[in-house]
Design a protein around this ligand. Sequence first.
Ligand code: FAD
Length: 408
Amino acid sequence: TVGIVVVGAGQAGFQAAASLREAGFKDPITLIGEETALPYQRPPLSKAYLAGKTDAQGLLLRPATFLAEHAIGHRAGARAVAIEREARRLRLADGESVAYDHLILATGARNRPLPVPGADLAGVHQLRSLDEADALKAPLSAAKEVVVIGAGFIGLEFAAVCAGRGLAVTVIEAAERVMARAVSRETSEAFRAAHEAAGIAFRFEAGVTAIEGEGGRVRAVLLKDGTQLPADIVLVGIGVLPNQELAAEAGLAVRDGIEVDALLATADPAISAIGDCVRFPTRYAAGFPEGDRVRIESVQNAVDQGRCLAARLTGRPAAYDAVPWFWSDQGPQKLQIVGLGLPGDSAVTRGAGASLSVFRFRDGGLSAVESINRPADHMAARRILSARKSLSPEQAADPGFDLKALAM
Ligand code: FAD
């Protein structure tokens, strides 16, 4: 046996390797990772790391000795370029090829590029990796005016860090509200209000036509309506694209993500896929346009899929059925989401102002709960959703109704 090879040493790939060892897997495990750092957490990059509250050491998923202690091989700075399915070999960019008994694709996602002139100017940044966060550190300490393109989670977290550092921040968003794809109108409004109170300016329904520079450095962002927003740093946060090319070129099905079944298996019994790069079936996506299948970008999903796959590969197969949850810290506002909402879901609120939960419903059942600075609601909602307990909109909105008791 040649063991298990994992492409991608991020949150999901690392978790699969660690869980395989925990389950007693004895054969070799090799992580092939394009990045040079030891496996680390991305969430703090747009929060504590750029705010100067943690260092690179504090980002590591486990202490530096963990991989060696658990006999997990790590080829850092190694890019996989092709899968030879017949031969069960993975080809690397340096020409070497690595044999596998089972291959795990945990390739994550990459930044979606901004297709406008000037996007390659110095001072225009994206934020996915430790290298990209490090590239922002020095410019940020010298900056005065920041423009963020995209009011998604990462853009807003970064904007909040900048505002906290006393910088002038403008966020440009194509939709009419923040986090429009992911959260209810009520949650969008609560976050917009909080960010505006912290001094962040917004331009909604705005399009960027160009980024203007001077001597190769960014100077301003030009909007469709002719507005010129001066900037010495621009952060582009307009979403990601799944790293699915390895799978696609090997003839595996992809559709905004590598297609896997409920066991996280591809059509090739020797290849599975987990984390940000996969599209998978889940009951939480009931009513979704793509037929109960989703691609989810979250730590919870990466970790739980890593564990689920490790269990199958060590003889305890089970369908992936974890309840999706997510968090985003934007300055003092802590957002926690459980479940999967759709823009057409109905909503009721519990609490108000800076302490609010939005309960969303679809097809007569609870679909998602968004909690702002209300961790107890979030924890109760996780159990209510995963145990399929029934909760009516009237109960959810009634402050006297005991959510915790229902969750027990
Ligand atoms: P990744 O962690 O992206 O790992 C994939 C790895 O594979 C990368 O290291 C990549 O370089 C490598 N790779 C890709 N292709 C190849 C190849 N061909 N050969 C070799 N290596 C390859 N989630 C939350 O739940 N809460 C948060 O608050 C939150 N904040 C975030 C903040 C930021 C700035 C970012 C970027 C993400 C955040 N996330 C958050 C999302 C979360 O980090 C991801 O969902 C998670 O990292 C996904 O894990 P993954 O292993 O699937 O992918």
